[in-house]
Design a protein around this ligand. Structure first.
Ligand code: SAM
Length: 321
């Protein structure tokens, strides 16, 4: 049976104000030569075409989406777009404290915030910047203004933030705060990545958490449309999630496609195959033709699966995670 593809992740920029070790572009050249990123109208136009192909949920990611001057306008326009039922943003949270209320007012429903460590020094080692305090204030603000759910994403890298001292404080956040703390398995974006040896399967992270807090209870009360498996520490306000893209296979449930900041449609994270939607728009005589091609590409998504490893290096910063 064909999966229903109703979730689109759009990288709205490849610029970022952090340099995370697992996400940073392959070379500094790539960062300095910013790609020809889509403008507001192009993004909205392409997303509306995707809605006609069955997309109902849209996540804005990056790079760092909060760096776009038009991010509030984008969120607002999307919230007014017929057919879009859910809008979310993935951010590093550095600028969130001052933006959370405006994002909420613009129509944002929920937010994912990346926090790989609650230790100031380790956070700086991973991201290159001493801004953990800004991020924690951003998380508080997101909760305060009523963004719901607030999810915390933590990519675990062996020997960097994989110790019990690192994992437990992150897991503990879910006890007192209404957040879902999700541990994301590191995915290598380069064939030569030195970090590849740093892969830690989530089963090890779960073990560390259970040694301290007891057996985690499986929970289905978390609203999500992705592959996360969610659990709760007993009596906690929030939850803990595991996104195990390396150690498990969830291609048969995959509901998402990705659009890069320069307009390339990527049907599967595990394949280097991508389609230039901008080019399609400039070449096709009619919108009907464009739509027919887009629908065909989406329909063929089931041809990809994890066994098709990336054939070339790519930067997560352009794809959006
Ligand atoms: N700047 C935003 C942020 O930091 O969340 C959005 C962009 S970031 C590329 C989106 C997500 O991708 C983050 O949750 C990040 O942790 C995840 N990510 C980036 N590189 C990754 C990798 N190599 N493996 C697994 N997850 C990765």
């Amino acid at each position: 049976m064909q999966n229903i593809i109703d979730y689109l992740r759009v990288s709205v920029t490849n610029k970022c104000n952090l340099k995370c070790i697992y996400c940073h572009p392959l070379s500094d050249n790539e960062l300095s030569e910013y790609q020809d990123i889509m403008d507001t109208n192009e993004i909205l136009h392409i997303i509306k075409l995707f809605v006609k192909c069955g997309i109902k949920r849209v996540r804005l990611t990056g790079g760092e989406p909060s760096l776009r001057n038009d991010i509030l306008q984008l969120v607002n326009q999307l919230s007014l777009t017929e057919g879009i039922e859910d809008i979310s943003v993935t951010t590093n949270g550095v600028l969130l404290e001052s933006m959370a209320q405006d994002l909420k007012t613009a129509g944002l429903q929920r937010i994912n915030i990346s926090v790989d460590s609650l230790d100031k020094e380790v956070y700086k080692t991973i991201t290159g910047f001493d801004v953990l305090e800004n991020v924690t204030k951003g998380i508080q603000k997101a909760i305060e203004v009523g963004l719901k759910p607030v999810k915390i994403n933590c990519v675990v890298v062996k020997g960097v933030n994989s110790s019990k001292e690192e994992i437990i404080p992150l897991a503990k956040m879910s006890i007192d705060l209404p957040v879902t703390v999700r541990f994301v398995e590191y995915y290598p974006t380069s064939n030569n990545s030195k970090l590849d040896k740093g892969f830690v399967p989530n089963i090890e992270i779960k073990k560390i958490i259970e040694q301290t807090f007891g057996t985690l209870d499986n929970t289905s009360e978390i609203k999500g449309y992705g592959p996360a498996q969610n659990f709760k520490i007993k009596n906690s306000v929030g939850a803990i999630g595991f996104i195990s893209g390396r150690s498990t296979m969830f291609c048969d449930q995959c509901n998402r496609i990705r659009l890069s900041c320069d307009g390339k449609l990527k049907p599967c994270l595990y394949s280097a195959k991508q389609y230039d939607i901008r080019e399609l728009l400039s070449k096709c005589a009619s919108e009907e033709n464009v739509l027919a091609k887009m629908k065909y590409i989406i329909q063929k998504k089931s041809n990809y699966n994890k066994k098709t490893r990336p054939m070339e290096e790519f930067s997560m910063q352009s794809i959006g995670g």
